[in-house]
Design a protein around this ligand. Sequence first.
Ligand code: SAM
Length: 480
Amino acid sequence: MIRVEEINNYNENDIKIMNRLDALPQDFWDFKACDTSELVHGIHSYPAMMIYPISRNILQILTDVRKFDTLLDPFSGSGTVLVEAMLMGINSIYGNDLNPLARLIAKVKTTLVNTEHLQKNKTEVLKNIDKEYIKYSKIINKIDNYIINEKQLDITEKKGWGDNAHNYIQEFLNKNDVYINIPNFKNLGFWFRPKVILELQIIKNEILKIENNDIKDMFLIAFSETIRLVSNKRNGEFKMYRMPPEKIQKFSPDVKNTFKKILLRNIEKEIEFSKKVKNKSTHITITNNDAKFLEDIPNNSIDLIITSPPYGDSKTTVAYGEFSRLSLQWLELFGTTEESIRSIDKSLMGGIKQRNINENVIHSKTFNESFDKILKIDEKRAYDVYSFYYDLEKIIETLSHKVKENSYQFWVVGNRTVKQQNLKTDIIIREISKHYNIQYLCTIDRNILNKVMPSRNSPTNISGKTVTTIVNEHIVVLKK
Ligand SMILES: C[S@@+](CC[C@H](N)C(=O)[O-])C[C@H]1O[C@@H](n2cnc3c(N)ncnc32)[C@H](O)[C@@H]1O
């Protein structure tokens, strides 16, 4: 069942697509029993991932109707849509995201590597890591005792160990005549125990020796996932919440085996995926543009957009940058400085606060009505909300130039509530798109059963008071 609310001039293909969508049962898009980690989808976690059956089914339905050569996901995150487009044999696939960790995950997922080389590297790197562990076994086993008992440092404290871990470990290594290059980022010790830091660096050094960059990136992704699991971060949280001190004191993660397990799992997934990709010459481009501009995507080039934008600004919804911080600090990817890592969330949708509100900028009656109501209750929150939809308007405008005639757009969105005002993003997207001559076709409503994201937060900012914000999503279908 789909929602169609406007009378439009549909062409034959539009009607075919809408009929196909309309014939599906009400709960078709809920995907109750789906293994969200199938194939390469499961190589690294990422907040608010789109579950793959959404894009797989959209692509299946569309490609049955006609051929699509180019696809774009302007908010590609960890690359779910890109992977599915590869499986469907789309020729030219564009992803885009401002978060460097998201781009690395998406790049690894969509890069087919030579299986033989991969297996050879795996055997070699794991063997070398074992050797290094034996070589450094004495210092690995001594370091926690040195920091905690000899230096009398409380490893759960932010001051002392927490903000000076690099120097303490370096001092320990110097005393033992060992040279290992320890990372030096802010609050390293706050997030990692001494032994864990040493072990992570030993593993990282072996990964960096891999010559083939695509294979090296694959190993780095397994390393990044390991970082999350062996850090003092609370399990299952996307936000930077730390375990309580008593838990950190007892925490003793098996760093080497965690890495090994993830790597072997990922390699298996990669091999399985590459067997399923029929069109091996698909061209994948993942750009680092603000979706407001998309300067690296040619105008009038895209046949199909499938995307899920953030639900709101990073501060009050999902903090993609915060989630990625520890990985990025360890990975030291090209161009990522401490400052740039810390400012990712500010660069995402709604991150730059608009303070001059011009009523004529956002072409959506629905938005303007909600905005007026929030403004009466809380001016600051109203401005925050305005900033997000201001960016959305610019993005829709930019996309209207990137797409070809007869192209389709599928926007998977959630409507969140701010100050008791339900912000109907699905309708706002339709209204803004109309202003840029993008035609509305229909909306599919789906229940969220699998998406990993907080369904409750505290938009009222009253501590302890939570309201359920998003339990269903809408897939808005548009056409040029
Ligand atoms: C809901 S997530 C996408 C998840 C993705 N579909 C997946 O399966 O992993 C939204 C993404 O939009 C990115 N993003 C937010 N604002 C952006 C902007 N202005 N330009 C480019 N990317 C942006 C975030 O970094 C985040 O990765």
